[in-house]
Design a protein around this ligand. Sequence first.
Ligand code: 0RA
Length: 396
Amino acid sequence: MPKTSYNAENITVLEGLEGVKLRPSMYIGDTSSRGLHHLVYEAVDNAIDEALAGFCKNIIVTLNEDGSVTVEDDGRGIPVDIHSVYKKSAVELVLTKLHAGGKFDKKTYQVSGGLHGVGISVVNALSSSLKVEVKRNDKLYYQEYDHGNPKADLKVIGKAEGTGTKITFLPDDKIFQEIKFDFEILASRLKELAYLNSGVTIIIKDSKKEKKFFFEGGIVSFVEDINKGKNKFHPPIYISKKTDSTFIEIALQYNDTFNESIFSFVNTINTIEGGTHYVGFSMALTRAINDYIKKNNFGESITSDDAKEGLAAIISLKIPNPQFEGQTKTRLGNSEVKGIVNSILYEELSTYFEETPQIARLIISKCMNAAKAREAARKARELTRRKSSLAGSALP
Ligand code: 0RA
């Protein structure tokens, strides 16, 4: 029964986590393996936020023998001071209150990379046990939770060097269909995060193996890796633009295959269904190439499919209010983004073509070959159709 003595804040705190337990899918998508792994991403996102703010260099994810996971970072450490209204440590508020990030120093585009961005309290609510250690003020602080409920207040348990946060949690087997983590699933997402946050080292390990991801070159390294072992036409082209609230980065490099390998991310979320940023990218690429063809009287114009043949590219955006649409909420809907990406890429690419005509010619002849092949394939198809329609009457 609800107690009438609770004030408004208390109710938010208490009901917050109960709501998460009642409807976990609303917060983490589902309670299958996908949702389970999302717990780790949510915990890692908090560390990534510290890295984006410039305070964290290393993140270590450990899959423990008992089935729990530890996420450790060398950021500032979750604040430990007692909140004047709640009379609880900031650590406890961050772990028990939805959206209690309290990071007022964050730039607007530095929104959480988590699919839902709900914070570490959701991980706590969905864990049968969670332990947090914070290194701050040369002290080591500790607190433990049981199904999201603190077993005791945060307390000092020793001295510490440096700063950081270490969270160990065991997912609740009453909530998740299975609670076994897959090393490779986690590793591939952590690798992606390391590409998208250059300079941050992310390690994943269990009792048998360890993988370390660090990419000084960020998305340029990403493109280089996609093109590893393939013939390249030019060094990767890197374009970046920062405005007040948005940050756009694009890396691209053509190879001699016929496949398109374009990956797009918004606030580190892989937008596999594409969206306005991808449309803007395609438009700018095609327009810059067609302009160059026309200007130099090279011949017929190409289509956007021709422009993307043999192209490896990463589009990474950091924007304040992403609108995710589609079946899996991985298509960017923000209409303004199309024009922004289109104009930035068009301008930068046109300049690049002007400044490096030898590379421009290589890229353009590759695209014009794609156009020729497409035209030849169309003609061949038409010819076969004509033949088979003539032969059709002769069928038994
Ligand atoms: C609130 C405020 C500050 C940092 C954090 C939370 C924080 C949370 C997590 C979760 C995992 N690792 C974390 N690291 C930091 C800002 C602290 C300050 O102003 O000193």
